[in-house]
Design a protein around this ligand. Structure first.
Ligand SMILES: NC(=O)c1ccc[n+]([C@@H]2O[C@H](COP(=O)([O-])OP(=O)(O)OC[C@H]3O[C@@H](n4cnc5c(N)ncnc54)[C@H](OP(=O)(O)O)[C@@H]3O)[C@@H](O)[C@H]2O)c1
Length: 332
């Protein structure tokens, strides 16, 4: 055997061992102390799968009352049942916030593609929930074919930005009366490829599914920064994050040829984050004392990161805010 072949075999073996260690040792998942979120109520959108589910699991473990805002209550109840079994292995009802154990899980219906559904959830929240300590705007749609929401908005812009815009605005009073409280916004690094085209926010003139996803995530960052400015002095903070590349169901609309699928699965298993790893920054921003009082910042891997100038443009952020208010009917 030549030296080169031996070196190649050793390198391949080293790579396999590294990947196996990374996968099976869960190295990037930090353990916060149990009880950190006891007495706190958290609303997470899209909590029945992926990053939202992993975020819900950890906040439940930390003692929070976690409200899962999901569009399909059957899927959400199923996920809630599994989470209860995982986090409260003794089974039965959640131990409750005063038991010293995990928190509570509640499912509420929320379809972000319907402004009336957003309004109904908020009305229910205001009637039934005495407090809201953390709102996590997590749900998202990625690169779907051209579709419209119930109210006629392009789906990605409508769900990722406008639905959450209305939700947050209608819950601001409750967040303020529960202060100190936090809003966590899940964006994406792909914001870099987006632009806010005020002439065609609904993509009626042309539709590019990748560009529209990026634009919705750029809008999300501009929204966060404008909201942080408006919330100064209220003790309600808002921060935005990117989770990295995570192995979830987000790519459901992306067609991968049958023959390439096994390779894709292998590569994603090896190199993408698990949902638990991807949820770390959401959990950190929702619960860590380290970010108490920090607002309007952009995070990745639990650290602050820099934004491109286009995501910090205050005049675009203000204009987008004003237009969004009209689109969702807050201002006529
Ligand atoms: N995965 C990544 O690599 C990655 C990278 C960057 C950013 N992100 C962002 O991370 C967030 C979570 O995504 P994920 O990766 O966890 O994807 P996922 O597994 O597809 O989960 C998305 C969640 O959003 C919900 N959702 C979609 N449309 C909705 C609507 N109209 N109303 C209410 N809920 C709706 C889904 O509900 P159903 O189960 O009913 O469909 C699901 O619970 C998204 O905002 C995504 O853009 C993810």
């Amino acid at each position: 055997m030549s030296v080169a072949t031996a070196a190649a075999i050793l390198a391949a073996l080293g790579g396999v061992l590294w990947l196996a260690a990374r996968r099976f040792m869960g190295s990037n998942v930090q353990r916060l102390h149990q009880g950190l979120m006891r007495g706190k109520t958290v609303l997470i959108t899209g909590a029945n799968r992926g990053l939202g589910r992993a975020t819900a699991a950890e906040l439940l473990r930390l003692g929070a009352r976690v409200i899962m805002g999901c569009r399909d209550c059957e899927r959400a109840e199923e996920a809630a049942g599994q989470l209860r079994r995982e986090v409260c292995p003794a089974g039965g009802p959640d131990p409750g916030p005063n038991s010293g154990g995990a928190g509570e899980l509640v499912v509420k219906e929320l379809d972000l593609a319907s402004l009336s559904s957003v309004r109904s959830l908020c009305q229910e929240m205001l009637q039934e929930e005495p407090r809201l300590d953390v709102l996590i705007n997590n749900a998202g749609v990625f690169q779907c074919p051209y579709m419209k929401t119930e109210d006629g908005f392009e789906m990605q812009f409508g769900v990722n930005h406008l639905g959450h815009f209305l939700l947050t605005n209608l819950l601001l009073g409750l967040l303020k009366s529960s202060a100190p409280s936090r809003i966590v916004v899940v964006s994406s690094k792909l914001y870099k490829y987006g632009d806010i085209n005020f002439e065609d926010l609904n993509s009626e003139q042309s539709y590019n599914k990748s560009f529209c996803y990026s634009r919705s995530k750029l809008a999300y960052i501009l929204f966060t920064r404008e909201l942080a400015r408006r919330l100064e002095g209220t003790n309600v903070t808002v921060n935005v994050l990117h989770p990295g590349i995570v192995r979830t169901n987000l790519g459901r609309h992306v067609h991968i040829p049958l023959l390439v699928r096994p390779l894709f699965n292998l590569v994603s298993w090896a190199f993408f984050k698990t949902p638990e790893e991807g949820a770390q920054t959401s959990i950190y921003l929702a619960s860590s004392p380290e970010v108490e009082g920090v607002s309007g910042r952009y995070f990745g891997d639990c650290k602050e990161e820099e934004l491109l100038p286009k995501a910090m443009d205050e005049s675009v952020a203000r204009k987008l805010w004003d237009i969004s208010e009209v689109m969702v009917g807050i201002l006529k």
